[in-house]
Design a protein around this ligand. Structure first.
Ligand SMILES: [Zn+2]
Length: 298
């Protein structure tokens, strides 16, 4: 009888223990990816929303507390979070997720980065000295990162290995199918001329062969000045782009100023999960991005 009670108590406790795996994701796209692979019932804290610039985040007490309890941290890396994550990790004091630990997963380590500067000049204000860290808008990058993330999850949460492997296999199958569809839909966008606020969409452009002819920032992270915008205006008036694109968190003013004068629409792309009401997961993020760009075709 006593054994039976102990057994019943164990059964009651076990699911809790299995669910206790906690993830700290720096950006919404990684929170979505980890849920795709490990299932919806794992606990994920996301440090930023689609309406926050991931370059600049405050190491709030609630984030420090979440990092303190996390078994896995997943971030873009390539210096995207250099302004806030090192401080947050120091304050959290959680050995499991410090750089170099298996619980510290850096997505950018698994992809080929673009826009790596030949000469790094931090004094010039460039916030991308390691190349472009906004790696999630190429489905090929997501595929590579998903595979590496699946392996890492199994390594640190071996008790859930079968579930994770199944989740990964299922995700990769659906992702591959969706990628083929997006490439078909995106075929008509080839060569589309765009202006972007920041180099947020470079991997998307690289993948779909879009032509980002200029950015509103003279260098990544350097706000557009009036003089720089006037110079751009003079350049673009001769051959206006199809649209001026920005993320939900970027200042709308420079886009709207230029759009009005060049006579071209300024549009917001979701950029990450949650950026528009329709972009609720990684799949709908890509669906929406391509749909919005196709709307701008002339
Ligand atoms: Zn950036």
């Amino acid at each position: 009888m006593i054994l039976r009670i102990i057994f019943a108590a164990l059964i009651a406790v076990l699911p809790l223990a299995a669910n206790a795996f906690e993830v700290f994701a720096c950006e919404p796209e990684w929170a979505s990816l980890v849920r795709e692979i490990a299932g919806e019932d794992i606990q994920v804290t996301t440090a930023t929303t689609a309406f926050q610039d991931p370059h600049y985040v405050q190491a709030k007490p609630s984030l420090i507390a979440a990092a303190r309890n996390a078994d896995l941290l997943i971030c873009s890396g390539a210096d995207l979070e250099i302004g806030w994550l090192p401080l947050l990790l120091r304050r959290a004091g959680n050995a499991a997720i410090q750089p170099g630990s298996p619980g510290n997963f850096v997505a950018a380590d698994f992809v080929r980065r673009i826009e790596i500067p030949k000469v790094v000049d931090r004094s010039g204000g460039d916030v991308h000295p390691q190349g472009n860290p906004h790696i999630h808008l190429s489905p090929r990058n997501i595929e590579r990162i998903a595979k590496a993330l699946g392996e890492r999850l199994i390594r640190i949460n071996a008790g859930d290995a079968d579930n994770i492997q199944n989740g990964l296999d299922d995700f990769l199958m659906r992702w591959d199918e969706a990628t083929g569809r997006w490439e078909d839909e995106g075929e008509s966008l080839r060569g589309m001329r765009l202006v972007a606020h920041h180099t947020s969409f470079s991997y998307l452009a690289d993948w779909l062969n879009l032509d980002i002819v200029a950015t509103l920032e003279p260098k990544p992270g350097v706000p557009p000045s009036g003089a720089y915008l006037s110079k751009l205006l003079a350049q673009l008036q001769a051959s206006p782009p199809a649209a001026i694109i920005r993320t939900p968190y970027q200042n709308e003013k420079p886009s709207l100023w230029l759009a009005e004068r060049v006579g071209t629409p300024a549009i917001v792309l979701p950029f990450t999960v949650g950026g528009t009401p329709q972009a609720t997961d990684l799949f709908s993020l890509y669906d929406e991005t391509i749909r919005l760009l196709r709307e701008q075709q002339r």
